[in-house]
Design a protein around this ligand. Structure first.
Ligand code: SF4
Length: 130
């Protein structure tokens, strides 16, 4: 029978928290009576949501993971934002930004600086793909 892992998420977080915010992965699975496949999937779900982090450790010569609660000031899911793609955009330092608009003297559709930055970004993206 496939267990509904969603219902196990809060139980898992509660168990880790009550254990001081850290717990071995296998210990968690055992307490939740999950097999390794279900336990793995549960941990992946919690990792993806940013609710826990894990660290590879050796215990008695065997590799396992320690799970840690990720503390958050908010109850909202953690949102990971990557601004790398917009760093260097010329508009952030452009002296004409207040006058730049569609149909205006300065406009994004005809801006050489913006055009050149986009070309550079596309070229670097192609390099990463190939
Ligand atoms: S599009 Fe060009 S002119 Fe407009 S704000 Fe950006 S850099 Fe400046």
């Amino acid at each position: 029978m496939v267990k509904q892992l969603e219902s196990y998420e809060s139980k898992a977080l509660g168990l880790i928290k009550s254990n001081g915010g850290v717990m071995y992965q296998s210990e968690l699975w055992k307490k939740l009576e999950l097999d390794s496949r279900e336990g793995s999937r549960l941990v992946q779900r919690l990792l993806k949501k940013g609710l826990i982090r894990r660290e590879k450790v050796l215990v008695n010569g065997r590799k396992t993971f320690k799970l840690y609660i990720v503390e958050s000031n908010s109850r909202d899911p953690v949102l990971h934002v990557n601004i790398e793609s917009i760093l260097g955009i010329p508009c952030t330092v452009c002296p004409y930004i207040d006058q730049c608009e569609l149909g205006g003297f300065y406009e994004p559709m005809t801006c050489i600086l913006l055009d050149s930055w986009i070309d550079k970004m596309l070229a670097s993206k192609e390099k990463r793909i190939y």
